[in-house]
Ligand binder design. Structure first.
Ligand code: NDP
Length: 397
């Protein structure tokens, strides 16, 4: 029986709140707080089953978060606001001695850099305080990292190559929309690609490397090599990896819109003066694009995200594929949002459950692949994200 504070009331916050409300045996009291309190109230009303309290908080402001934590006294703070809020929320957790969990690594506002260095720097302070920070507990990072840990634990003596393959074959009927926060999503996709090979990072131009990959129940899709944050912690935690890459599918229509957005300067993250006011074009763009949390109603089709791994077991070369397919329509029916928010929110809730029930224990800052994957893997299917596996397959990579 534990109290939990969820910060962030977007698509992901909605799923975490709905799933936590559904599991009162672990989440005995739930507070959902965000910058715009009316969004928390809507979520509480629609999926809270009368079990969610709400509050307004600006999570960029450490004293405000500290005050809220002191008032509510949670055991864990689940941060599903934006990556910019990671450090202030971690500071507030340190000050109050409360555990922390998030789904995306910290990014400074003025630099699109996906690196763990800022959060890993909290290691000693979290340890000294006797609390834990769980980093990257969504789907990717999150479940993909746990799939890798599970494969390494049960199926390989050494893993040598890892390809994380992320396909969204859904159709929301809009000309252009992002599936999670547009600002964060566009920052991620417009940066250079990067992958790990033979002990060093290799950089590519954005979308320079493309392969057609086949996804279960979906078929062939154009897949582009992009950099994704979990690669950094996975190559550190699985040093036998000779190569680690991340692939994401994009349709031509999406890439054309993205190119135009960049060419006309709307992806800029530096401020421009508009009528005497500083405006960051990408921040403004977020307000005219569709809200990812509201795409669910007409969203059809599935996502398919997994890990394709090769390595050795008992001296023999072996290949392995583990994945989940999630349906936008089923996610919407259950939580009122689409599968990208769903596949992020469910693991965040389950990671929180792992911490609150003592299945994941520790003092300091951890990426999810550092924990025992088994208790998480045992439960994730029951909460809506069942996994499939195949051995000795053509990795296509
Ligand atoms: P949204 O933009 O839909 O929601 C973000 C929420 O955070 C909004 O409610 C917003 O409030 C709130 N917020 C923003 N700034 C502050 C602040 N200063 N103080 C308090 N609240 C704030 O994003 P998503 O729900 O799509 O994504 C949430 C997180 O999940 C992001 O960090 C994203 O990167 C991550 N993510 C991780 C994935 C994974 O697989 N690991 C996949 C997808 C997303 P307001 O409504 O006022 O703007």
């Amino acid at each position: 029986m534990s109290k939990v504070l969820i910060i962030g009331a977007g698509g992901v916050g909605r799923v975490v709140a709905a799933k936590a409300a559904n599991n009162p045996e672990v989440f005995s009291e739930i507070m959902l707080a965000s910058r715009t309190v009316s969004k928390c109230e809507t979520i509480a009303k629609e999926v809270g089953q009368g079990r969610i309290q709400t509050a307004q908080v600006n999570a960029d402001n450490v004293p405000e978060v500290v005050e809220l934590i002191q008032k509510f006294q949670p055991e864990l703070v689940i941060n599903v606001a934006l990556p910019y809020q990671d450090l202030p929320i971690m500071d507030a957790c340190l000050e109050t001695g409360v555990n922390y969990l998030d789904t995306a690594n910290y990014e400074p506002k003025d630099e699109a850099k996906f690196e763990y260095k800022w959060q890993w720097a909290y290691q000693d302070r979290f340890k000294e305080k006797g609390i834990m920070a769980v980093l990257g507990c969504g789907f990717d990072p999150g479940v993909t990292s746990i799939y890798t840990a599970y494969a390494a634990k049960h199926h390989f003596d050494e893993i040598h190559t890892l390809d994380i393959v992320d396909c969204n074959a859904g159709d929301h009927g809009k000309a252009f929309a992002t599936n999670f926060n547009p600002e964060i999503n566009i920052r991620e996709i417009t940066q250079k690609g990067k992958y790990w090979e033979n002990g060093k990072w290799v950089e590519t131009e954005p979308q320079e490397i493309k392969k057609v990959l086949n996804y279960p129940n979906i078929g062939p899709r154009d897949s582009y090599l992009i950099y994704h944050e979990e690669l950094e912690s996975l190559v550190k935690n699985f040093p036998t990896l000779k190569r680690a890459r991340f692939w994401m599918t994009f349709g031509q229509e999406y890439l054309t819109h993205l190119r135009v957005i960049q060419n006309i300067g709307m992806a800029r993250i530096d401020p421009v003066k508009y009528k005497g006011v500083d405006v960051v074009p990408l921040e403004f763009l977020k307000y005219v694009l569709p809200d990812p949390g509201k795409l669910g109603e007409n969203y059809k089709g599935e996502t398919s995200i997994g890990c394709r791994i090769s390595g050795v077991k008992d001296g023999k070369v072996k290949t392995y594929y583990i994945w989940n397919n999630a349906s936008h329509e089923i996610a919407y029916k259950e939580t009122g949002t689409q599968a990208v928010s769903y596949t992020t929110g469910v693991p965040a809730m389950l990671g929180a459950m792992m911490v609150l029930t003592g299945k994941w224990k520790g003092e300091g800052v951890f990426n999810v692949e550092e924990f025992d994957p088994d208790p998480f893997m045992e439960k994730i299917g029951d909460f809506g994200l069942p996994w499939n596996e195949k051995f000795d397959i053509d990795l296509e990579l």
